[in-house]
Design a protein around this ligand. Structure first.
Ligand code: NDP
Length: 322
């Protein structure tokens, strides 16, 4: 495993990490989540990602049960959660979502309870909340750090301007700014990571933990022959994800990408993950998996990404139309 420093912070994260969205409680039971996290940890993964909204709190509970059972040295791994969407779904009342001080503090306490942890290593604002003053968010996150409930805080899918604003407030009032952004990044979605944030990696010392490196599985090539039964894009309730990713144009590009994978003697899945971590601005790529074989295949990205020459990168860019 390779470890990268998270932006300007002192924290080192494994360049591949593991998240539980859709999978834990939805597709994966306690026994499989135990095996997946065990495989991840034994492979050197030291960052596990979660959020209050995943399976409406059940994902955090499942991860918490695994962590308790494994009883790994707490200093050897990091765990995150995220607040914004709430965990009560359609029953969310005012103040049970968003980034108010009230919701952030309560979401943090609830995540700690569900995961049976004393502190979160990383706590994210899952989306920007334009109804809450940024000062309130920065104060609250600073307070949570001072109380020892979280160690670092970050953002997810914020604009570069919003991240800079939060850091400006932190500097102005001697508070603690965000050190990490969690954006989507994969061969189809590059703009934010490669263009929008380009100016803030250095200036703001920003690290990134990127999500959906396989665009929910499209980049494995398995959707090129139809939608496999039980796969994420076959699941009820994920029409929005299908509409977003399962596009003829995407499938056509994936089919051509197979030639590059063949040249490198690797699979499409491994190639797509390797491509993400070949970007030095990516601190960690968060993997998702419903099977141990998938995780093993994706972990091979560590061996493959050093093989990416300028020519290979150029070929990939041409295929992806960038
Ligand atoms: P991916 O895009 O990598 O999709 C993972 C899914 O693809 C798996 O669950 C599996 O689904 C399929 N898959 C993975 N590997 C393979 C393989 N080798 N062969 C075939 N199929 C494979 O990542 P996610 O979208 O799951 O995102 C990863 C993590 O990022 C999440 O768990 C979460 O922690 C975080 N995240 C954060 C978001 C945010 O807003 N901050 C949003 C989304 C995710 P299946 O077997 O069901 O087809």
């Amino acid at each position: 495993m390779e470890y990268r420093r998270l932006g300007k912070s002192g924290l080192q994260l494994s360049v591949l990490s593991f998240g539980s969205w859709v999978t834990f409680h939805g597709q994966v039971d306690d026994s499989l989540s135990d095996r997946l996290m065990g495989l991840a940890y034994d492979s050197g993964i030291n960052f596990f990602d979660n959020a209050e909204i995943y399976a409406l709190g059940e994902s955090e509970k499942m991860m918490g049960r695994v962590l308790k059972k494994k009883n790994w040295d707490r200093t050897s791994y990091t765990v995150s959660s995220k607040a914004y969407f709430g965990w009560r779904g359609t029953n969310n009342k005012p103040n049970q979502t968003g980034l108010s001080r009230k919701h952030l503090v309560e979401a943090c306490n609830e995540a700690l309870q569900r995961m049976q942890l004393d502190y979160l290593d990383l706590f994210y604002c899952h989306r920007p909340d334009r109804n809450v003053p940024i000062e309130e968010v920065v104060w609250t996150m600073t307070n949570l750090i001072q109380q020892g409930k979280i160690l670092y805080w970050g953002t997810s899918e914020w604009t570069a301007a919003e991240i800079m604003h939060a850091n400006m407030i932190a500097r102005q009032y001697n508070l603690i700014g965000p050190v990490v952004e969690q954006p989507e990044y994969n061969l189809f979605r590059r703009e934010k990571v490669e263009v929008e944030y380009a100016q803030i990696y250095k200036n703001e010392g920003l690290g990134t933990t990127i999500f959906s490196p396989l665009a929910s599985g499209i980049l494995t090539g398995k959707y090129n022959k139809g939608v496999p039964e039980g796969s994420r894009l076959s699941l009820e309730g994920y029409e929005w994800l299908r509409n977003r990713n399962l596009l003829d144009e995407n499938l056509a590009r994936v089919a051509i990408l197979q030639t590059v994978a063949d040249q490198l003697g690797t699979s499409l899945a491994t190639l797509a993950v390797a491509w993400c971590i070949a970007n030095p601005h990516v601190t960690s790529a968060i993997l998702g998996a419903t099977k141990e074989e998938q995780l093993k295949e994706n972990l091979k990205a560590l061996e493959v990404y050093p093989k990416f020459t300028k020519e290979v990168m150029h070929e990939i860019d041409t295929i992806m139309g960038t």
